[in-house]
Design a protein around this ligand. Structure first.
Ligand SMILES: Cc1cc2nc3c(=O)[nH]c(=O)nc-3n(C[C@H](O)[C@H](O)[C@H](O)COP(=O)(O)O)c2cc1C
Length: 175
Protein backbone atom coordinates (compact mmCIF):
# COMPACT_ATOMS: atom_id res chain seq x y z
CA UNK A 1 0.00 0.00 0.00
CA UNK A 2 2.98 2.33 -0.45
CA UNK A 3 1.28 3.86 -3.48
CA UNK A 4 -1.80 4.73 -1.45
CA UNK A 5 0.34 6.55 1.12
CA UNK A 6 2.01 8.41 -1.72
CA UNK A 7 -1.45 9.41 -2.98
CA UNK A 8 -2.29 10.79 0.47
CA UNK A 9 0.93 12.84 0.57
CA UNK A 10 0.20 14.20 -2.91
CA UNK A 11 -3.46 15.00 -2.32
CA UNK A 12 -3.97 18.75 -2.19
CA UNK A 13 -6.88 21.08 -2.81
CA UNK A 14 -6.86 22.35 -6.40
CA UNK A 15 -8.94 25.43 -7.18
CA UNK A 16 -7.86 26.22 -10.75
CA UNK A 17 -8.86 23.93 -13.58
CA UNK A 18 -8.14 23.61 -17.30
CA UNK A 19 -10.89 24.24 -19.80
CA UNK A 20 -10.97 20.55 -20.67
CA UNK A 21 -13.92 18.19 -20.32
CA UNK A 22 -13.57 15.25 -17.95
CA UNK A 23 -13.78 11.73 -19.32
CA UNK A 24 -17.20 10.16 -18.76
CA UNK A 25 -15.55 7.04 -17.28
CA UNK A 26 -13.70 9.17 -14.71
CA UNK A 27 -16.92 10.93 -13.68
CA UNK A 28 -18.53 7.52 -13.27
CA UNK A 29 -15.66 6.26 -11.10
CA UNK A 30 -15.88 9.34 -8.86
CA UNK A 31 -19.63 8.82 -8.33
CA UNK A 32 -19.19 5.09 -7.85
CA UNK A 33 -16.59 5.82 -5.16
CA UNK A 34 -19.15 7.97 -3.32
CA UNK A 35 -21.84 5.31 -3.62
CA UNK A 36 -19.65 2.64 -2.01
CA UNK A 37 -18.41 4.88 0.80
CA UNK A 38 -19.12 3.71 4.35
CA UNK A 39 -22.10 5.15 6.24
CA UNK A 40 -23.34 4.64 9.79
CA UNK A 41 -25.52 1.53 10.01
CA UNK A 42 -25.20 1.45 6.22
CA UNK A 43 -28.04 3.97 5.97
CA UNK A 44 -26.61 5.46 2.75
CA UNK A 45 -28.56 8.63 3.44
CA UNK A 46 -26.55 10.72 1.01
CA UNK A 47 -27.68 11.95 -2.43
CA UNK A 48 -25.47 13.54 -5.09
CA UNK A 49 -26.31 16.16 -7.69
CA UNK A 50 -24.03 16.26 -10.72
CA UNK A 51 -23.57 19.77 -12.09
CA UNK A 52 -21.77 20.30 -15.38
CA UNK A 53 -23.52 23.16 -17.18
CA UNK A 54 -21.48 26.38 -17.25
CA UNK A 55 -24.42 28.60 -16.25
CA UNK A 56 -25.35 26.32 -13.36
CA UNK A 57 -21.74 26.22 -12.14
CA UNK A 58 -21.58 30.02 -12.29
CA UNK A 59 -24.81 30.34 -10.29
CA UNK A 60 -23.75 27.66 -7.80
CA UNK A 61 -20.47 29.53 -7.18
CA UNK A 62 -22.54 32.31 -5.59
CA UNK A 63 -23.80 29.93 -2.89
CA UNK A 64 -21.54 31.59 -0.35
CA UNK A 65 -19.69 34.81 0.14
CA UNK A 66 -16.13 33.47 0.36
CA UNK A 67 -14.32 30.43 -0.95
CA UNK A 68 -16.79 29.18 -3.55
CA UNK A 69 -15.22 30.63 -6.70
CA UNK A 70 -13.56 27.32 -7.73
CA UNK A 71 -17.08 26.12 -8.65
CA UNK A 72 -17.32 28.67 -11.48
CA UNK A 73 -14.17 27.36 -13.17
CA UNK A 74 -14.53 23.63 -12.65
CA UNK A 75 -15.81 21.07 -15.16
CA UNK A 76 -17.79 19.03 -12.66
CA UNK A 77 -19.30 19.90 -9.30
CA UNK A 78 -21.03 17.35 -7.11
CA UNK A 79 -23.48 18.65 -4.50
CA UNK A 80 -23.47 16.35 -1.47
CA UNK A 81 -26.82 16.23 0.34
CA UNK A 82 -28.02 13.89 3.07
CA UNK A 83 -31.33 12.79 4.54
CA UNK A 84 -31.37 14.13 8.09
CA UNK A 85 -34.29 11.87 9.01
CA UNK A 86 -32.34 8.72 8.16
CA UNK A 87 -29.29 9.27 10.32
CA UNK A 88 -28.25 11.45 13.25
CA UNK A 89 -24.69 11.28 11.93
CA UNK A 90 -25.40 12.41 8.39
CA UNK A 91 -22.60 15.01 8.66
CA UNK A 92 -20.08 12.23 9.11
CA UNK A 93 -21.59 10.10 6.34
CA UNK A 94 -21.68 12.99 3.87
CA UNK A 95 -18.15 14.06 4.85
CA UNK A 96 -16.79 10.60 4.21
CA UNK A 97 -18.48 10.46 0.79
CA UNK A 98 -17.00 13.89 0.00
CA UNK A 99 -13.42 12.96 0.83
CA UNK A 100 -13.72 9.56 -0.83
CA UNK A 101 -14.64 11.31 -4.09
CA UNK A 102 -11.64 13.59 -3.67
CA UNK A 103 -9.29 10.65 -3.12
CA UNK A 104 -10.73 8.89 -6.17
CA UNK A 105 -10.17 12.06 -8.20
CA UNK A 106 -6.58 12.32 -6.93
CA UNK A 107 -5.97 8.72 -8.01
CA UNK A 108 -7.24 9.63 -11.49
CA UNK A 109 -4.78 12.55 -11.60
CA UNK A 110 -7.59 15.10 -11.30
CA UNK A 111 -7.75 18.11 -9.02
CA UNK A 112 -10.61 18.68 -6.61
CA UNK A 113 -11.69 21.01 -3.83
CA UNK A 114 -14.20 20.75 -0.99
CA UNK A 115 -16.50 23.79 -0.88
CA UNK A 116 -18.26 24.01 2.46
CA UNK A 117 -22.02 24.70 2.30
CA UNK A 118 -23.35 23.71 5.73
CA UNK A 119 -23.30 26.64 8.20
CA UNK A 120 -22.27 29.12 5.49
CA UNK A 121 -24.04 32.15 4.00
CA UNK A 122 -24.34 34.01 0.71
CA UNK A 123 -23.21 37.61 0.27
CA UNK A 124 -26.83 38.62 1.01
CA UNK A 125 -26.93 36.68 4.26
CA UNK A 126 -29.06 33.84 2.91
CA UNK A 127 -28.15 30.39 4.18
CA UNK A 128 -25.96 28.67 1.59
CA UNK A 129 -27.97 25.50 2.12
CA UNK A 130 -31.21 27.32 1.27
CA UNK A 131 -29.60 28.83 -1.82
CA UNK A 132 -28.51 25.39 -3.08
CA UNK A 133 -31.81 23.76 -2.05
CA UNK A 134 -33.77 26.35 -4.01
CA UNK A 135 -31.50 26.06 -7.05
CA UNK A 136 -31.96 22.30 -7.42
CA UNK A 137 -35.36 21.76 -5.75
CA UNK A 138 -33.86 19.65 -2.95
CA UNK A 139 -36.56 18.45 -0.48
CA UNK A 140 -36.60 19.99 3.00
CA UNK A 141 -35.50 16.85 4.87
CA UNK A 142 -32.18 16.84 3.01
CA UNK A 143 -29.35 18.94 4.35
CA UNK A 144 -26.52 20.07 2.09
CA UNK A 145 -23.03 19.53 3.37
CA UNK A 146 -20.67 20.41 0.55
CA UNK A 147 -20.02 20.93 -3.11
CA UNK A 148 -16.98 19.09 -4.43
CA UNK A 149 -15.35 20.57 -7.53
CA UNK A 150 -13.34 18.52 -10.04
CA UNK A 151 -11.22 19.22 -13.10
CA UNK A 152 -7.84 18.87 -14.73
CA UNK A 153 -5.38 20.79 -12.55
CA UNK A 154 -4.21 24.18 -13.75
CA UNK A 155 -1.90 25.01 -10.84
CA UNK A 156 1.05 23.44 -9.05
CA UNK A 157 0.72 22.33 -5.42
CA UNK A 158 3.52 20.81 -3.38
CA UNK A 159 2.91 17.39 -1.82
CA UNK A 160 3.02 17.08 1.96
CA UNK A 161 6.54 16.56 3.33
CA UNK A 162 6.64 13.59 5.73
CA UNK A 163 9.58 15.27 7.54
CA UNK A 164 7.20 18.08 8.57
CA UNK A 165 4.49 15.80 9.92
CA UNK A 166 3.00 17.18 13.14
CA UNK A 167 3.70 14.15 15.30
CA UNK A 168 3.14 16.33 18.42
CA UNK A 169 -0.59 15.88 17.73
CA UNK A 170 -0.30 12.18 18.50
CA UNK A 171 -0.54 11.31 22.20
CA UNK A 172 0.70 7.92 23.30
CA UNK A 173 -1.39 6.32 26.03
CA UNK A 174 -2.40 9.65 27.65
CA UNK A 175 -2.88 13.33 26.64
C1 LIG B 1 -14.62 20.74 5.89
C2 LIG B 1 -13.82 21.46 4.83
C3 LIG B 1 -14.32 22.63 4.27
C4 LIG B 1 -13.61 23.29 3.27
N1 LIG B 1 -14.16 24.39 2.68
C5 LIG B 1 -13.50 24.99 1.67
C6 LIG B 1 -14.13 26.05 0.95
O1 LIG B 1 -15.26 26.43 1.19
N2 LIG B 1 -13.41 26.63 -0.06
C7 LIG B 1 -12.16 26.23 -0.41
O2 LIG B 1 -11.57 26.81 -1.33
N3 LIG B 1 -11.55 25.21 0.26
C8 LIG B 1 -12.20 24.58 1.26
N4 LIG B 1 -11.63 23.50 1.89
C9 LIG B 1 -10.27 23.06 1.53
C10 LIG B 1 -9.27 23.45 2.65
O3 LIG B 1 -9.04 24.83 2.58
C11 LIG B 1 -7.98 22.64 2.44
O4 LIG B 1 -8.25 21.27 2.55
C12 LIG B 1 -6.91 23.05 3.46
O5 LIG B 1 -6.48 24.36 3.25
C13 LIG B 1 -5.70 22.12 3.39
O6 LIG B 1 -5.13 22.15 2.10
P1 LIG B 1 -4.98 20.83 1.23
O7 LIG B 1 -6.34 20.26 0.97
O8 LIG B 1 -4.30 21.27 -0.04
O9 LIG B 1 -4.16 19.84 2.01
C14 LIG B 1 -12.33 22.81 2.86
C15 LIG B 1 -11.84 21.62 3.42
C16 LIG B 1 -12.58 20.95 4.37
C17 LIG B 1 -12.05 19.63 4.92
Amino acid sequence: MKDFHQLLLNRRSYRKYKDQELKAEDVKLILEAALVSPSSKSTMGWEFIVVEEKDDLEKLSLCKEHGARPIAGCKLAVVVAADTTKSDVWVEDASIASIIMQLQAADLGLGSCWIQVRERFTQDGVSSEEYVREMFGIPEQFAILSVITFGYKDEERKPYDPDKTKWEKVHIGKW
